[in-house]
Design a protein around this ligand. Structure first.
Ligand code: SF4
Length: 291
């Protein structure tokens, strides 16, 4: 009998991303139909073919449903305080510039509590990749309105519909100086994987927004069906427009979604600028900072 069980176990194919996961932490906390797991799949597949030394990749998350990503990845990762993954990531990068630092967090964490950190990291062009899973609501804390909740959508704190103008995240990142800006949905797995790979290869502040379903709070409250219904909505309503003006990609409630790579440009990152500045000022007396 034991041998039979062993044979069956051996015949079960290994999940291709298993080596990237801390399987001892499974099962994960995400609800059935949640889009976050799909984004992790894309991220690990991008990492797999990125050519990066995984011993030099570090993932930093804040608090929230997406904030759990860092704890599930079998990489050097940090599950930090609410809204503060970017300051932690900044410290990590400046202390050890050899690291490839990735911030992986939700829209509430990155753009409400952590909004100020985001704009300054992009302005400074810190060399890091920020991946934001945008489910249009605060998930873990009970479905409150977020800075990304579309106008008229309901949340636990806006039962009669939201009337606050939400952020257009690609426009925000672009106007603050990010060198790479893209948006995809959890439906666009191949495009997203490719985009993450590009962002990881980019020097400077790169940003990817991923629209992902939260069936438990956002979809249920707004009567949008389950996770699959949201994926069908993404499929039927997305238009790929690479290079689109980020001003034109704002999201309305259940409207058309413009996805694609909007920005891909070069400008010197923070440490390069710092070293150039002090070298100009102090000449040979200055030793370039390398961590
Ligand atoms: Fe996902 Fe929403 Fe559940 Fe959080 S509450 S795990 S975002 S479905």
């Amino acid at each position: 009998m034991d041998e039979q069980i062993l044979e069956i176990e051996e015949s079960i194919p290994v999940n291709p991303i298993e080596s990237f996961l801390r399987t001892d932490r499974m099962p994960h906390i995400w609800c059935p139909g949640c889009g976050i797991g799909t984004t992790v799949n894309c991220f690990t597949r991008a990492l797999e073919t990125s050519g990066l030394d995984l011993n030099k990749v570090s993932v930093v998350s804040g608090i929230g449903c997406t904030g759990r990503v860092a704890g599930y990845l079998n990489l050097d990762s940090f599950h930090t305080t609410h809204g503060r993954p970017i300051p932690f990531a900044t410290g990590l990068k400046l202390a050890n510039p050899e690291l490839k630092v990735v911030v992986y967090s939700g829209d509430g964490d990155l753009f409400a509590i952590g909004g100020n950190h985001f704009i300054h990291a992009a302005r400074r062009n810190l060399d890091m990749t920020v991946i934001c899973v945008n489910n249009s609501i605060y998930g873990m804390t009970g479905g409150q309105v977020a800075p990304t909740t579309p106008i008229s959508a309901t949340a636990s704190t806006t039962p009669h519909g939201n009337f606050e103008q939400p952020f257009n995240l690609p426009y925000l990142a672009d106007s603050c100086g990010a060198v790479y800006v893209a948006r995809w949905t959890a439906f666009h797995v191949r495009h997203l994987t490719k985009s993450i790979k590009e962002a990881l290869a980019k020097k400077g502040f790169s940003f990817i927004e991923i629209l992902a379903p939260c069936p438990t709070l956002y979809s249920r409250r707004n009567k949008l069906g389950d996770g699959l219904d949201q994926m069908i909505y993404y499929k039927e309503n997305s238009e790929i427009k690479h290079g689109a003006d980020t001003k034109s990609v704002a999201l309305d409630f259940q409207s058309k979604i413009i996805v694609g790579k909007f920005v891909d440009r070069d400008r010197p990152d923070y440490l390069t600028l710092m070293n150039e500045h002090y070298q100009k000022k102090f000449g040979d007396k200055y030793t370039p900072y390398k961590g």
